[in-house]
Design a protein around this ligand. Structure first.
Ligand code: G
Ligand code: G
Ligand code: MN
Length: 438
């Protein structure tokens, strides 16, 4: 059961005595008894380090140690910043929406799971959901999950088959992609997973970054490709013809011999190359732009699709898009997640979608979680997407079952509408009939 509101402990960070009294009156009228105050960001940081709060209501504009300075102080203090679990955080200001949004994102980045941004003057109606949220959080005893553990490199290399120890299981999961308008299955992305024998599932961004640093990430490209080819045989046998995406960094694609081996695998499987898309991941910097351009052009000439992953984040810049022969743009989740709520991001999404359309590229929105996001993206002209709204990444058999359930199926209906300038949808592309030998 949720605790009563009067059990909540709230910190109000506010320099102005009038505003402070107004907030206190409002909270006390709502039954909150345990109220504490700080007059600036430094006082607030000291209180947070010694006491556990359920909610913090924090002004952004303060003459001494304002909102940004408080963020910086909390970041500097690291794990010592908070005495207990993170409170529900509320920014209060009369400043413009973009500043509120930006402050909210910063707190999320700092690790605060629930962050609100409210305009002054504070009202009971806007505070009610915050109080409900804090009560619900108190009621559910949170189990602090440690999901940031990275096993030693030896385990990783062993799991990749490079070392003497059994390092656990690497496998691929499949996240289906859908037509935002018709709801049809249009493809899937292969995502690598590592289950460590002792520590359990390891976050992909952690182990993939280590593999990149060890120059060993080519192994997961080959693993993903191998599984893609096997899956494509099953899908084609069932009459299902959808492209599958595999991720690879610039570093991996530029490694000598990698493209040859990749192409050799696809050629032996006699898979039409247009049914494979290589997603250039955003994480690893491009050391040799010329080599990357050569690699992507080689893939295109052979008939593969090439996607710029997490567009707008990391290395996935307009410059990269301008220089390289992509066939698909993948809109990063960080933009998609607020496409329906934040004006600034809606504009950015609309512009990126238009850019894709005008360049004749497919546009795939990533991380769609709600119907509102889907509808907003559809309205902006984005045709394809993936995300928890439809499905998390699935184990092989679950994905195949889902694909089969989506039949009766016709290639024409499920393939995204051909776009001018996109070589992927042309029937005469060289990828259609790979040679048996190479
Ligand atoms: O599902 P998710 O948490 O899996 O993936 C986290 C990140 O890891 C994403 O940025 C994704 O692109 C990347 N990733 C997942 N699988 C692979 C892979 O096989 N190769 C590479 N290079 N990156 C991958
Ligand atoms: O390759 P890329 O960075 O785009 O990897 C996709 C990542 O996003 C994977 O980690 C995948 O598990 C994750 N993901 C896919 N759909 C969703 C979603 O709807 N919400 C969230 N939060 N993550 C998602
Ligand atoms: Mn990807």
């Amino acid at each position: 059961m949720s605790p009563p509101a009067n059990d909540l402990r709230i910190l109000v960070v506010e320099d102005d005595p009038f505003q402070r009294t107004a907030a206190a009156d409002l909270l006390r009228a709502g039954g909150i008894a345990r109220l504490e105050f700080a007059g600036n960001g430094l006082e607030a940081a000291a209180r947070l380090a010694s006491t556990t709060f359920d909610i913090v209501l924090c002004d952004i504009e303060m003459p001494v140690a304002n909102g940004p300075e408080l963020i910086s102080e909390l970041s500097r203090r690291g794990t010592a910043a908070l005495a207990g679990p993170p409170p529900v955080w509320v920014w209060l200001t009369a400043l413009a929406d973009d500043i509120l949004d930006s402050h909210r994102d910063l707190m999320v980045t700092l690790g605060f799971p629930r962050v609100y941004a409210l305009h002054k003057p504070l009202r009971a109606a806007s505070l009610a959901p915050v109080i409900d949220d804090a009560r619900a959080r108190r009621a559910s005893t949170p189990t602090p999950a440690r999901d940031d553990v990275m096993p030693p490199d030896d385990d990783l290399l062993a799991a990749m088959g490079h070392g003497p120890l059994p390092g656990g299981d690497f496998h691929i999961e499949w996240q289906p992609q859908f037509d935002l308008v018709t709801g049809r299955l249009t493809g899937a992305e292969a995502l690598c997973r590592w289950h460590h024998p002792v520590l359990g599932p390891i976050r992909p961004d952690l182990f993939i970054a280590r593999l990149e640093a060890l120059h060993a990430a080519d192994a997961i490209l080959f693993l993903a490709t191998d599984r893609c080819l096997a899956l494509q045989q099953r899908l084609l046998a069932a009459g299902i013809e959808i492209p599958l995406g595999v991720n690879a960094s610039a570093q991996t694609l530029c490694q000598p011999g990698v493209l040859e081996r990749f192409e050799g695998m696809v050629a032996s499987a006699r898979l039409p190359r247009r049914l494979l898309t290589i997603e250039l991941t955003e994480g690893f910097p491009v050391a040799d732009p010329m080599a990357l351009s050569v690699a992507l052009n080689r893939l295109r000439v052979l008939g593969y699709g090439v996607a710029i992953d997490d567009f707008g984040v990391g290395i996935a810049t307009l410059k990269l898009l301008a220089d390289l022969p992509f066939t698909q743009i993948k809109l990063d989740r960080s933009f998609v997640s607020s496409v329906d709520t934040e004006n600034q991001r809606t504009v950015i999404c609309r512009t990126m979608i238009r850019l894709a359309l005008e360049l004749g590229l497919e546009c795939v929105a990533e991380g769609i979680e709600t119907e509102a996001q889907r509808a907003a993206l559809q309205k902006l002209g984005c045709r394809l997407g993936q995300g928890y709204l439809w499905s998390r990444p699935l184990a092989l058999n679950a994905f195949v079952a889902r694909a089969l359930a989506a039949t009766p199926w016709t290639a024409a209906a499920a393939t995204p509408a051909p776009t001018p300038g996109s070589a992927r949808t042309s029937p005469s592309e060289p990828g259609d009939a790979p040679p048996a030998t190479h």
